[in-house]
Design a protein around this ligand. Structure first.
Ligand code: SF4
Length: 215
């Protein structure tokens, strides 16, 4: 796979209001080396899963979404595919402003001081970073993140005013029902929430599609 021109993704979504400031598109990349117990999207872990999409296609898709303020990168682990994500962000930002939020299992300091050149280049393009792995026994109701070790880092200042006005509390989940079942987006408010929800829905013949956020 060409590391710059193609991205292996788990899923993408046109819009959400629960994974970052305002209304955003989301790309969940495929492949994650962390294997956090309690991760809600283990399907995104294998580096040979998901689907390969060209950067050009993703760029065109983002440019045709007029209502979004920004893009959230989740996973999977975005820092496993930094070259293609840099290419994508540069391509889109050449045409329009786009705030970028990114989830990563790495600590910010590790990326800053020991990351590869491509990881550091991606870091330079990110406005908001949620860093560190999900730790189940530290699960907490926090803004856009799942456990209390994870930090919400304002790297560029773009969202400083927004963050100053928001409480550090769960942004909730979005639920959408279609013919394949109930799909959710967002960070569950407590550990085990999705298992309970899934069991309750299953008893009513509805399947829960667990492609929300991994963190
Ligand atoms: S929570 Fe995030 S970092 Fe941890 S295994 Fe899941 S996708 Fe990877």
């Amino acid at each position: 796979m060409d590391q710059r021109n193609q991205l292996r993704i788990f899923r993408r979504q046109d819009r959400t209001a629960v994974l970052g400031p305002g209304t955003r598109a989301v790309i969940w990349v495929q492949g994650c080396p962390f294997g956090c117990p309690g991760c809600i999207v283990p399907e995104s872990w294998p580096s040979d899963g998901g689907q390969i999409v060209s950067v050009n296609e993703l760029s065109d898709w983002l440019l045709e979404l007029p209502e979004i303020e920004g893009l959230t990168l989740s996973g999977g682990e975005p820092m496993q595919q930094p070259e293609a994500l840099c290419e994508l962000l540069d391509s889109v930002r050449a045409e329009r402003d786009l705030g970028v939020m990114c989830y990563t299992g790495y600590r910010h300091e590790d990326l800053l001081h020991r990351g590869s050149p491509a990881q550091q280049a991606l870091l330079e393009r990110i406005d908001l970073l949620v860093d560190g792995p999900y730790i189940r026994h530290r699960h907490a109701e926090l803004l856009w993140r799942g456990s209390s070790n994870q930090r919400l880092l304002d790297l560029s200042g773009l969202y400083a005013e927004v963050l100053a006005e928001l409480a550090d509390d769960s942004a909730g989940l979005e639920l959408e029902l279609d013919n394949e079942g109930l799909f959710f987006t967002g960070v569950p408010p407590r550990s085990g929430f999705l298992e309970q929800l899934s069991a309750g829905l299953a008893s009513r013949g509805i399947s829960l599609r667990r492609e929300g956020d991994g963190e």
